[in-house]
Write a protein that binds this ligand. Structure first.
Ligand SMILES: Nc1nc2c(ncn2[C@@H]2O[C@H](COP(=O)(O)OP(=O)(O)OP(=O)(O)O)[C@@H](O)[C@H]2O)c(=O)[nH]1
Ligand SMILES: [Mg+2]
Length: 361
């Protein structure tokens, strides 16, 4: 399951965007958040292909891929330095695969801005700085500990840990986020546990006002994009209204605003692209299930995500593409036409593959 942590400066609209993405009703507004409040919601990945496959395969059970959103309290400038434990800073989003940075672009006199004025690009820089400072503090703390251990004749459990942490420190001191640093597989194993924030990919949501001039929004998005993070533009307040109102009103609201899809779809698509994720389907035992995995995953590893037994006892996979299945209208027809391929362990799963895994239990 993909996990996305929603972060940003105080009152940038994080909880509003969280509600828009999850249809939850987390409290929003100026006096709404307490220091430790965390909102978590697991929602289904929107996927039009599931409806089509359901019609074709007539499964008795349908399970869509899931995505978890975590909304945390705002990050003020200087927050990383103030936390008592290094990994305590933004602890609830440490498990996230990616961070969604809600950058405020809406102007609203009644919502104070922690940096004085609206400037999403400056906010994005400020947030990245906090990630870097937080990671640097965690790195130095661990390095100190390793030195202390060495002084009493003890070695850290992990050989080479100090070396890779020194490498992290050097880059962080130069204000390079760790996601821009190359690590070998071995190095990665040594630092994975730290769940460094500056190593996580970031998707910026430019939270614009409902009446903002489109060219000003575009300009902001362009300036932000220069920071290398992908940018999705939306109006949080309006999207929350759309996500949480009755369906017929939602359609009307969307039409009025000239929107062709809800924010949740846009954000999921951008998150999939950011993380290099694809979707494949299994249809065994009358159960249609959608799975999201990283592009380039071998079928045996994809099987392992479903069940470890499936990877251990893997024999072969029968694979057809979504398009071929739709063209043939059934798996039987796809087979007749030679479009149901038999693949071995090393087959790289493609987006839209419909897969049956044969394995020895
Ligand atoms: N006009 C306008 N107001 C917005 C928009 N998004 C959020 N707001 C308002 O900004 C205020 C703060 O929104 P929240 O979603 O609570 O912000 P937050 O980032 O979760 O705030 P903290 O958790 O306290 O840091 C609320 O009054 C929202 O209604 C927007 O797109 N347009
Ligand atoms: Mg909030």
């Amino acid at each position: 399951m993909m996990r996305i942590g929603i972060v940003g400066l105080p009152l940038s609209g994080k909880s509003t965007v969280f509600n828009a993405l999850t249809r939850c009703t987390a409290r929003t507004g100026v006096f709404s958040s307490s220091r430790d409040e965390v909102h978590v919601s697991v929602v289904e990945v929107p996927d039009e292909r599931v409806a089509v496959l359901t019609r074709l395969l007539q499964p008795t059970k349908v399970t869509r891929a899931k995505i978890e959103y975590v909304d945390v309290v705002g990050v003020e400038k200087g927050a990383a330095k103030k936390t008592d434990t290094p990994t305590g800073f933004l602890a609830p989003v440490r498990q996230a695969d990616a961070l969604l940075h809600v950058a405020r672009a809406f102007a609203d006199e009644s919502v104070p801005h922690s940096m004085g004025a609206v400037d999403p690009t400056r906010d994005a820089v400020a947030l990245e700085e906090e990630f870097i400072i937080g990671d640097l503090i965690a790195t130095e703390k661990r390095l100190d500990k390793i030195v202390k251990l060495a002084a009493v004749g003890k070695k850290p459990e992990q050989k080479g840990e100090a070396e890779v942490l020194e490498k992290c420190r050097a880059h962080l001191c130069k204000e390079t986020p760790l996601r821009d640093v190359e690590f070998t597989h071995e190095e990665d194993k040594l630092i994975r546990g730290f769940q460094f924030l500056s190593r996580k990919p970031v998707l910026v949501v430019l939270n614009s006002g409902e009446d903002d001039d489109p060219s000003a929004v575009e300009e902001n998005a362009k300036r932000l994009a220069a920071q290398k993070h992908p940018v999705v533009t939306l109006c949080g307040k309006l999207e929350m209204e759309i996500a949480t109102c009755p369906e017929k009103d939602a359609a009307e609201l969307m039409e009025l605003a000239g929107l062709t899809e809800p924010a949740s779809h846009k954000v999921v698509r951008a998150s999939f692209a950011l993380l290099g994720l694809i979707t494949f389907y299994t249809a065994a035992h009358n159960e249609l299930t959608a799975w999201s995995i990283r592009r380039g995953t071998h079928i045996v590893d994809a099987a392992g995500e479903i069940h470890t037994d499936m990877a251990r006892g893997f024999i072969k996979a029968e694979v057809t593409s979504y398009d071929d299945l739709v063209a043939c209208q059934s798996l039987a027809h796809a087979k007749e036409k030679g479009l149901l391929r038999v693949e071995g362990k090393a087959y790289e799963v493609k987006d839209g593959d419909v897969v049956t895994i044969r394995f020895a239990a």
